[in-house]
Design a binder for this molecule. Structure first.
Ligand SMILES: N[C@@H](CCC(=O)N[C@@H](CS)C(=O)NCC(=O)O)C(=O)O
Length: 265
């Protein structure tokens, strides 16, 4: 059985889940215990020395990084194809994936740091959220023309571009910062969310976000104590700094509730 180490709230893991569902591949979905703390269960850290989800295990093949996994899924189970056939279109949707994986995700992740983890409050939070709204709107403006004359971000039919965009735009929409009402992108988001594969990933994410296992006060207390060690890697760190959160980074490093990737091979 194919195993996907994942977490329902991870947009990266959602990309891979949606692709597997689209191709009718059965898999077991396993959330690694301790994700977010810099540790992980046996087998997980060995499979991914970066300690991140998603990780795919297919027999003797163990892969990490959602982009690499998506390429593997497309090669290993070619039907139905997710990539367009035209070389320029293939390059376009790969660019779309890269932009959403890097700078777009950093914005929605930063909003999570503020809303769910209470990293900023009051006037600082207001300023950072307003800036995040502008940054997301700029990305939406870049995506909008890619839907000119097409129902899907992949072009004429659903595929790679949609698989890679839906989890991230749903993440922004959860914070009330999705595509502007009346835009092509907003209509696309409604359309793509009707797709059973996307709906399954979205519902699992909403259920995890609303599970309410731990209240905000408790999370903030745990953050203060350093019980969480959130990963502030690359674009996320850049986002914090450019959006006014440099002090958040300094405080988190001092309290040891912020960490960077330690490759653990
Ligand atoms: N570039 C990686 C990013 C994966 C990633 O950042 N995963 C996050 C969840 S969204 C993670 O597992 N973080 C580990 C942690 O916070 O402990 C990919 O595309 O798979």
């Amino acid at each position: 059985m194919i195993r996907l180490w994942e977490h329902p709230l991870s947009p990266y893991a959602q990309k891979n889940k949606i692709a597997l569902l689209e191709k009718g591949v059965s898999f077991e979905s396993v959330p690694p215990e301790g994700l977010g703390s810099g540790t992980g269960p046996e087998g997980f850290l060995a499979a991914n020395p970066r300690g991140e989800v998603p990780v795919l295990v297919d027999g003797d093949t163990t892969l990490f990084d959602s982009t690499v996994i998506l390429e593997y899924i497309e090669d290993r189970w070619p039907e139905p194809p997710l990539l367009p056939t035209d070389p320029a279109e293939r390059a376009r949707v790969r660019t779309l994936e890269d932009v959403l994986d890097t700078h777009y995700e950093a914005i929605t992740w930063g909003l999570g740091e503020i809303f769910a983890f209470g990293r900023a409050t009051g006037e600082l939070a207001e300023r950072m959220v307003a800036r995040a709204g502008e940054q997301l709107a700029a990305h939406h403006a870049w995506l909008e023309p890619q839907l000119a004359g097409a129902d899907w971000l992949n072009g004429a039919s659903f595929g790679w571009g949609d698989v890679c965009a839906a989890p991230f735009l749903n993440g922004a929409a959860r914070f009330g910062l999705g595509p502007a009402a009346g835009s092509r992108l907003a209509a696309w988001l409604e359309r793509v969310n009707e797709r059973p594969s996307v709906a399954a990933a979205r519902e699992a994410a909403l259920a995890a976000a609303d599970s309410g296992e731990v209240g905000l006060d408790v999370v903030r207390e745990l953050i203060e104590k350093g019980a969480f060690q959130r990963e502030y890697r690359d674009h996320r760190l850049e986002w914090m700094i450019k959006t006014g959160g440099l002090q958040i980074v300094e405080d988190g490093l001092a309290k040891r509730n912020i960490r960077f990737v330690e490759f653990q091979a």
